[in-house]
Design a protein around this ligand. Structure first.
Ligand SMILES: [Zn+2]
Ligand SMILES: [Zn+2]
Length: 175
């Protein structure tokens, strides 16, 4: 019986699949080409398949899983997060593309916020974000020798945030 296969794969896959004609109750493994009885002893179940089994035999499927697992292992490289300086595992492909610099999305976000000049030091309090107009005001107060504690309280941000502005660690571009 010639089975109707959906040829989503490459050309080699196409020709390979097409030449198999499975006897009733048996199937040729699409990888090792061995004829095996179509039972759960030789094939893993697959609900999407018409006969309810995968097109690779158990032996091949296990080998394939092992191969995938090992290639995943070899492509994972230990790196140090540029933001929090913790170790994390990165894929080689991403490293080659210049990605995978941070351990997590939140570290990447934190870095991009600090690079765009948004005050990230008081970030434990999400409400403690300053607007540019407020920073201008803070800078004026700092120039007038107003105490850092007073300014922090007035704008509901941490003292560290105000000090960062004072010493030019954040908001450098605001005059
Ligand atoms: Zn096989
Ligand atoms: Zn991190």
């Amino acid at each position: 019986m010639m089975r109707n296969v959906n040829y989503a794969g490459n050309k080699a896959d196409f020709t390979m699949k097409k030449k198999f004609e499975d006897p009733k109750g048996y199937r040729y493994c699409r990888r090792c080409s061995e004829l095996k009885p179509l039972t759960s002893e030789y094939w893993f179940a697959n609900c999407g398949n018409s006969e309810g089994f995968l097109c690779y035999c158990k032996v091949c499927d296990k080998a394939e899983r092992k191969r995938r697992f090992q290639s995943k292992e070899s492509h994972n490289i230990k790196r140090i997060c540029k933001e929090c300086e913790k170790f994390f595992w990165a894929e080689l492909g991403k490293i080659n593309k210049g990605e995978a610099k941070f351990c997590s999305q939140s570290c990447a976000r934190r870095r991009s916020l600090s690079q765009t000049g948004i005050n990230n030091i008081g970030e434990k309090n999400p409400r403690a974000r300053l607007k540019e107009t407020q920073v201008v005001e803070i800078k004026k107060l700092l120039m007038a020798d107003t105490s850092v504690n007073y300014i922090a309280e007035k704008f509901n941000v941490s003292i560290i945030s105000i000090q960062a502005i004072k010493y030019g660690r954040t908001w450098k571009h605001v005059l």
